[in-house]
Ligand binder design. Structure first.
Ligand code: APR
Length: 256
């Protein structure tokens, strides 16, 4: 199927959808210049393996090393702006009563583009929380109000004195229960899932398109490369999301 035909077919499915939803991964933020976790492991950090930096064990062993790794990632992500793919999804939300976006991304580019129903499965890198969850999970901490010796340690929780950590899901950790429950409610009820920019290898997000399909949802994938989701996609739009999504929205709006 040509790219134009795939986008037109996806638009036809969307036109008939009652409860569409979106699942996004690192690919949707790629055109905003956000380094993926694998990219972030390059350079100075290439001597470490991910378990040494992104796990509770790593943080217990060397809190400053892990804190610094996330500070560098934040610094690299700071200049990033939403790209045309994010804006197109926000425009699409206006067409439907709601358009839940389940994302594995820890940036806030969907929200900054104007999407309102974003479910963050893996947390948000801009936020921090108490490692001990002393006031309940998550105990969010605004570190801009704290002073600490950054050359020595991460900041300390003002309530209990435990270290502060980024509010992201690490290897070996549970997903935030409320986000996971919200995502399940979406995938059990959707009739069309747009799967954008995810390789489909990290659970449980990787299973979500399969579960949605078992519940009779159509699956439309946008990814320039074959993924684990491609074999089950009703339509595969083989293109970058920043290119395909604006075209999809335009066809929907113009009826073309
Ligand atoms: N538009 C759409 N898709 C793209 C683009 C683009 N411009 N560029 C790349 N892709 C696709 C790739 O082909 C790949 O299938 O995006 C996907 C990115 O895959 P991953 O890097 O594995 O990202 P993701 O699926 O989000 O990974 C899940 O793994 O690294 C951990 O916790 C991290 O949330 C992340 C999780």
């Amino acid at each position: 199927m040509s790219l134009n035909a795939a986008i037109a077919s996806a638009a036809a499915l969307l036109r008939n959808a009652q409860r569409p939803c979106v699942l996004t991964g690192a690919g949707v933020s790629k055109e905003s210049g956000i380094p993926t976790f694998r990219d972030a492991m390059g350079g100075l950090w290439s001597q470490f393996n991910p378990m040494e930096l992104a796990s509770p064990f790593a943080f217990q062993r060397d809190p400053k090393l892990v804190w610094d790794f996330y500070e560098v990632r934040r610094e690299k992500m700071r200049p990033a702006e939403p790209n045309p793919g994010h804006y197109a999804l926000a425009a699409l939300e206006k067409r439907f009563a709601r358009l839940p976006i389940i994302t594995q991304n820890i940036d806030d580019l969907h929200e900054r583009a104007g999407s309102t129903g974003v479910i963050h499965l893996h947390g948000l890198i801009a936020r921090n929380k108490c490692y001990a969850a002393c006031q309940g999970e998550p105990t969010l901490i605004d570190v801009s109000t704290l002073t600490w010796d950054a050359s020595a340690t991460p900041p300390r929780c003002p309530h209990c004195g435990a270290f502060v950590r980024p509010d992201v899901v690490w290897f070996g950790e549970m997903l935030p229960p409320l986000a996971l429950q919200a995502a399940k409610n979406v995938i059990y009820n959707t009739d069309l899932m747009l799967v954008i920019g995810t390789s489909g290898v990290v659970s449980p997000a990787a299973e979500m398109p399969f579960v949605a399909q078992e519940h009779d949802a159509k699956i439309v994938e946008i990814n320039p490369y074959h993924s684990e989701i491609t074999p089950i996609a009703d339509i595969w739009i083989e293109a970058r999301s920043g290119e395909a999504l604006p075209r999809l929205v335009e066809i929907l709006e113009t009826g073309g």
